[in-house]
Design a protein around this ligand. Structure first.
Ligand code: CDP
Length: 235
């Protein structure tokens, strides 16, 4: 029997995707990515010389991500400033994006990525990673591939794609499980896999399969937005 989702989506259906390039003109590259009511923007600055100088590494550049929820992005106003949660998400976002980059090409340098969540309705780290991947490409930083990110969850018994907040908060039966995943668009290499909750080990393969399937749609939206900006610049 087909399961019912609170917003009427099919079991494996993503929320509506919106993707746009060049939302912060003063940055070297920028993008917006939205899954339904979750809206992320990312701005890239650099590569530029890393300061203070003693942190520079002549053998490689570094990627430095700063993720934050804006105060008005959540139901209860979020206290401004960093938190354990934002530090963790910044770190895992760096790890999720790094495999697409060749940081050794930028000795002594830093690529800064600022990710801000304008509206949060679950899946903010995944939307942020999708926006950041597009912003890095827009900044002209050579990339092996784009990174696509999505959350796969289990709402009591069934696997569902791209949970919204209501689904993430599901508490009946076995409750909700939430996997945040990211992968290179054109290979089977996953660059992020974080889980909150419980899952039967035999279901993990299915989670990866659903993420790979969802990534194809995300990749199409990312490519379309990047193409639009190239066409705009050619006018
Ligand atoms: O956003 P994501 O699913 O990647 O991470 P989470 O830490 O599992 O947060 C899930 C959701 O909880 C967020 O997307 C927000 O909708 C909400 N949240 C909130 O309302 N207030 C916070 N301070 C943090 C998260």
């Amino acid at each position: 029997m087909a399961i019912k989702r609170p917003d009427g989506r099919k079991q494996h259906e993503l929320r509506e995707i919106k993707a746009k390039i060049d939302v912060v003109p003063n940055a070297d590259g920028s993008a917006m990515f939205a899954f339904g009511k979750t809206v992320a923007i990312a701005a890239v600055y650099g590569p530029r010389q890393l300061h203070p100088q003693h942190m520079q590494d002549p053998s490689t550049g570094i990627l430095r991500v700063n993720y934050d929820l804006l105060s008005f992005s959540v139901g209860d106003r979020k206290k401004p400033g960093p938190s354990r949660r934002s530090s963790e998400i910044s770190k895992v976002t760096e790890w999720a994006l790094e495999p697409a980059l060749d940081l050794k090409a930028f000795p002594n340098s830093v690529i800064d990525v600022q990710i801000y969540i304008l509206q949060a309705d679950a899946g903010t780290r995944t939307a942020g990673i999708n926006a950041a991947s597009m912003a890095l490409a827009h900044a002209g930083i050579p990339m092996k591939d784009l990174i696509c990110s999505v959350a796969i969850g289990k709402n009591d018994k069934e696997l569902i794609v791209d949970l919204n907040k209501e689904e993430e908060d599901f508490k009946e039966g076995e409750g909700a499980t939430d996997f945040a995943l990211a992968k290179l668009a054109n290979s089977d290499a996953f660059t992020l896999m974080q889980m909150d909750g419980k899952i039967q080990p035999e279901l993990v393969k299915e989670v990866l399969k659903l993420a790979a399937e969802a990534s194809k749609h995300i990749y199409e939206a990312q490519k379309k937005a990047l193409k639009e900006v190239v066409e705009e610049n050619e006018k």
